[in-house]
Structures are given as C-alpha cells and as structure tokens.
Design a protein around this ligand. Structure first.
Ligand SMILES: O=P(O)(O)OC[C@@H](O)[C@@H](O)c1c[nH]c2ccccc12
Length: 260
C-alpha cells in the first residue's frame, strides 16, 4: 500500500468515529456554522496581499516532524500580519499531527480565509469544515472520483464555502474539473511517492481554464520561483515547510515577503 492509500484507509475509520461522536445536528449547532465566509478570491486577488497561502504543519509523512514547538496563535497571526492571503491548517492527526481545534483557533484569531487541509472523502467532513470555522475546503483529485468531487463541491458551495481542487497531472485535471470549483491547485509534490518538481505547475498552467483561480502548491522555497509562477498565470502559492521548518515561522515569512 502506498502512503496515500494508508492515509485514506485511516481517514475512513476516523470519519466513521467522528460521525458517531458528533451528529450532523450537533455540527450545525456550532457557532461557526452560521457565519459569513471569507472569499478566497477577494483575498488572493487583493493587491495589498501576497497571494501566499501560508500553512501551519507540524509534521508530514515525507519529512517527519517539521516543527512541534510553535503555537497556532503565534504562527497564524504572524502569517496574516506579514500579508498572507489565506491560512492553511492541517487537521489530519495521524500523519500530520493536526487537529480540528487548530482550525478553530486559527479562525478565532484571524480575519483572512482559512483552508481546512485534510483528506476529504465524505460529505460529513464538508459540513464539519464549516462547523470548525473553515472558509475553504480541499478536494484531492487523486483520491476521489469525478462524481464524488462534484457532490462534495456542490455541497460546499451550498454552504457558502470555497473549493480548492488539487491535481497532480493533466489526466486528473481533465477528469475532475467542474463549475462548482473556485480554484485549481497544482501540487508539485506527488503524494504517492513524495517526489517534488515545480515544473508540474509550469506544465499544467496553460491547461487550467481562466475562470478558476490558479494555485501552485508545495516545494516553494524562494521568491524567484513565485515571480516565475506569477508570469505563468498563478494567483496563489501554498507554502508550508519553508516557513514551518524555522524556529520562528513568523519571522521567516516576514523576511520572505521582502523579496517579492
Ligand atoms: O510544505 P510545502 O512543501 O510548502 O507544501 C505545502 C502544501 O502544499 C502541502 O502540505 C500539501 C499539498 N497538498 C496536500 C494534501 C494533503 C496534505 C498536505 C498537502
């Protein structure tokens, strides 16, 4: 079994457990369920912001522990203050050391969009994303059928959430695209074997229709690449490790944005 299969197998169990523990009714009673959602597009295209979607990630299957010493509060507020257009917060526990409470905390402390970063396989998680305060959900083409993407994306839209579809190649892009998506993210990391190449973004850019926001995800470690990605038509840049690997991720993003 490759890592993605393991993650999905574990996620199925986790979702079954959550469904048992917290009913749909309970989720809909959450204080965050009834609220205005921040528009991903407005913040990404805001000239006063950087287009960076800055990620809070303690651990990953490819790198192991990245940083388990910092708090959601210090990191996410520093990201936002440095001009991040959105925050990405991992909620997968087993493989990324994330928690749903991390999204709730990021939501409470910040006034920019929050992406719930997880492996969505069930509509329950979409409702849950809204209930914990997320504005954006991630749908990963590699683990979902086109029909599942369609169903989860339209549910998300009906709740006012923004939808980011993640693809890794042209085949995934072509089979998965549908009008309920707001943004297409090209993952430069192959989730099945962890190899990384920003070339993936450059290659796929021209195949993404202009009505969607274009995001380049993973392995972005310098501002030169961002300039090139902008030239190629990208509006957003999802960066995790490059900031999180530092003792002070807030200082790292502040330094980084000076180069933009
Ligand atoms: O830490 P990086 O290389 O900057 O990557 C961030 C982000 O793109 C990566 O964490 C990611 C992209 N797609 C995902 C799907 C699930 C979990 C994590 C991810």
């Amino acid at each position: 079994m490759n890592i993605l299969d393991k993650i999905v197998a574990n996620k199925k169990k986790e979702v079954a457990y959550s469904k048992n523990r917290t009913s749909y009714t309970k989720l809909e009673e959450s204080e965050y369920f009834h609220r205005d959602v921040y528009s991903f597009k407005d913040f990404l295209l805001d000239e006063n912001r950087t287009g960076i979607i800055a990620e809070f990630k303690r651990k990953s299957p490819s790198k192991g522990i990245i940083n388990d010493k910092v708090t959601v509060k210090e990191v996410t507020t520093a990201y936002a203050a440095a001009g991040a257009s959105a925050l990405s917060v991992l909620t997968d526990k087993q493989f990324f050391m994330g928690r749903k409470a991390d999204v709730m905390r990021a939501r409470k402390l910040n006034t920019i969009p929050v992406l719930r970063k997880d492996f969505m396989i069930d509509e329950y998680q979409v409702i849950e994303a809204k209930a914990i305060g997320a504005d954006i959900i991630l749908l990963i083409a590699a683990i979902l059928t086109p029909a599942e993407i369609q169903t989860m994306a339209s549910l998300a839209k009906s709740l006012g959430l923004n939808v980011l579809l993640e693809v890794h190649n042209l085949e995934e892009l072509e089979r998965s695209i549908n009008p309920n998506l707001d943004a297409i993210g090209v993952n430069n990391r192959n989730l099945a074997d962890f190899t990384v190449s920003v070339e993936t973004s450059f290659q796929l850019a021209k195949h993404i229709p202009d009505e969607f926001l274009k995001i380049s995800e993973s392995a972005i470690s310098n501002t030169e690449v961002i300039k090139q990605l902008k030239q190629a038509g990208f509006n957003g840049f999802l960066i995790g490790e490059n900031f999180m690997k530092e003792e002070n991720p807030g200082a790292a993003i502040r330094e980084f944005v000076k180069g933009l």
